[in-house]
Design a protein around this ligand. Structure first.
Ligand code: AMP
Ligand code: ZN
Length: 460
């Protein structure tokens, strides 16, 4: 399997650290609001990666954290705490906000047919591990205390700092977007432990060797991944926005604490979902679309999964409603073709499956994989049973529930005609039964079929 490694900016052959096993860490949601469909695009990519690795026979240890503390409105040390902001907006406690939006996220994961991570650690359950990692960094001489009492990482002391983002130290200094902060020795330094927030008291506070306070966002991921995946592991994922700050800082923490380099063998990043005007979808602002909003507009959540599958995860994807309609039609067509195969399975067509494997193993080439699924279904030389078995195997990666019955609402008038037609057929009145069939079909939207249980209709 070849994957694109952000560390080397190259497609590389994937070789796990331990044969047959993969440790995968995906930065999870900050649960102060619903996930938007941009966030969900990144999680679709990560689910496809997980499924593709399992397709290749690897046993997965898949960790996805839940950030319920410490993430400020900027990725640096600026701004308000996102959780606090959510709680103020909804006049609830931060704990209530965290619980509510965690559940909402888990529901989105189910609706998009994501495989469940092996563990979903919450940041607030792992504060001790974070404190321990900061202590280790302190012992290794990589930290200092700012005038404000916060614990900072001294990035000038970590020789690989900025390697992932491919920025040299001077560029990092010059390019840092943050205002000059008198507490920091270097512009790229960042907070490991806050004892002081610019924005008043936090509800979430813990005792620590440096005083009561709360962890920085970056330390969460390096502490939780070390806890569940060890000092070194295979793949770490997230959106491309995480490359310059969050993931750069995670590396500094994990490697600074353990002394082992490289911490993660392969870094993979999903590109953004953008709107037509190239605007990035963000959790604030009015370009905020959720999965529930798509469902309210009548889409199946898997229409959105299909929409994402049509583009490569490393390319920007522009969202528009025409694209969603096309995805809906595409998914329906695929399901109809699978439904028409019947229910009896045959044997897997190994050569077709191999081409499919080649596509997903080429850095998750999902548009090609989808095209191969269509090709299989349209191949007249393969019998239905073999097609069904091969398709089901492909769907373990596509995750489109292709063998699921298509659900649609039949209007009451059509239901009435179906019952009338069944009655006519029972009475062997075929003239009447044909007339009703024509009437249903002429209504424009339905095709009539004779199934084992009587009249069946499917949308045109
Ligand atoms: P957050 O909940 O803000 O920590 O973001 C969750 C995930 O969504 C992260 O991996 C981000 O990199 C990713 N992300 C944020 N905005 C977008 C977007 N517009 N398109 C795709 N992924 C995004
Ligand atoms: Zn993270």
């Amino acid at each position: 399997m070849k994957i694109f490694n952000t560390l080397t900016r190259q497609k590389e052959e994937f070789e796990p650290i331990e044969e047959g096993r993969v440790g995968l860490y995906c930065c999870g949601p900050t649960v102060y609001n619903y996930a938007h469909i941009g966030n969900l695009r990144t999680y679709v990519f990560e689910d496809l990666l997980r499924r593709a690795l399992e397709f290749n026979g690897y046993v997965m240890n898949h960790v996805m954290n839940i950030t319920d503390v410490g993430h400020l409105t900027s990725d640096e040390d600026e701004g308000e705490d996102k959780m606090k902001k959510g709680a103020e907006r909804e006049k609830k406690t931060v704990w209530e906000i965290a619980e509510y939006y965690t559940q909402a996220f888990l529901e989105d994961m189910d609706r998009l047919n994501f495989l469940k991570p092996t563990v979903k650690p919450k940041a607030t359950d792992h504060v001790q591990e974070m404190i321990d990692q900061v202590k280790k960094l302190e012992e290794n001489g990589l930290t200092y205390i700012g005038k404000n009492g916060n614990v900072y990482y001294d990035t000038s002391k970590f020789k690989y700092y900025g390697e992932l983002a491919q920025l040299d130290k001077q560029e990092l200094q010059a390019g840092a977007r943050i205002e000059v902060d008198e507490n920091k020795r270097n512009a790229s330094d960042f907070v490991l432990w806050f004892v002081q927030s610019k924005h008043g008291d936090q509800d979430m506070q813990w005792d620590s060797p440096w005083g009561k306070g709360f962890p920085g966002w970056h330390i969460e991921c390096s502490a939780m991944s070390s806890r569940y995946l060890g000092d070194q592991f295979d793949i770490h994922c997230g959106g491309i926005d995480h490359i310059p700050v969050h993931h750069t800082n995670e590396i500094a923490q994990a490697e600074g604490a353990s002394g082992k380099h490289p911490w993660v063998k392969y870094w993979m990043h999903g590109n953004f979902l953008v709107l037509k005007n190239k605007e990035k979808m963000a959790k604030s602002g009015d370009n905020f679309l959720t999965l529930s909003a798509l469902i309210q507009k009548g889409y199946d959540p898997l229409d959105y999964r299909y929409f994402c599958l049509q583009s490569n995860y490393r390319k920007e994807l522009a969202f528009d409603w025409e694209g969603m309609d096309a995805a809906r039609t595409g998914l329906r067509r695929l399901r109809e073709k699978v439904m028409a195969l019947g229910e009896t399975e045959g044997e897997i067509d190994e050569s077709r499956l191999q081409s499919f494997a080649d596509a997903i193993n080429d850095d998750l080439n999902m548009p090609q994989a989808l095209a191969l699924a269509y090709e299989l279904l349209d191949d007249m030389s393969i019998n239905n049973g073999d097609k069904l078995s091969t398709m089901k195997k492909m769907d373990t990666v596509l995750g489109l529930k292709l063998d699921e019955e298509i659900k649609f609402e039949i209007p009451p008038q059509i239901v009435e005609w179906i019952l009338e037609r069944n009655k006519a057929r029972d009475e062997k009145d075929y003239k009447k039964s044909d007339e009703i069939r024509d009437k249903i079909q002429e209504s424009g939207k339905w095709i009539v079929k004779d199934g084992t249980g009587g009249t069946e209709v499917i949308p045109k």
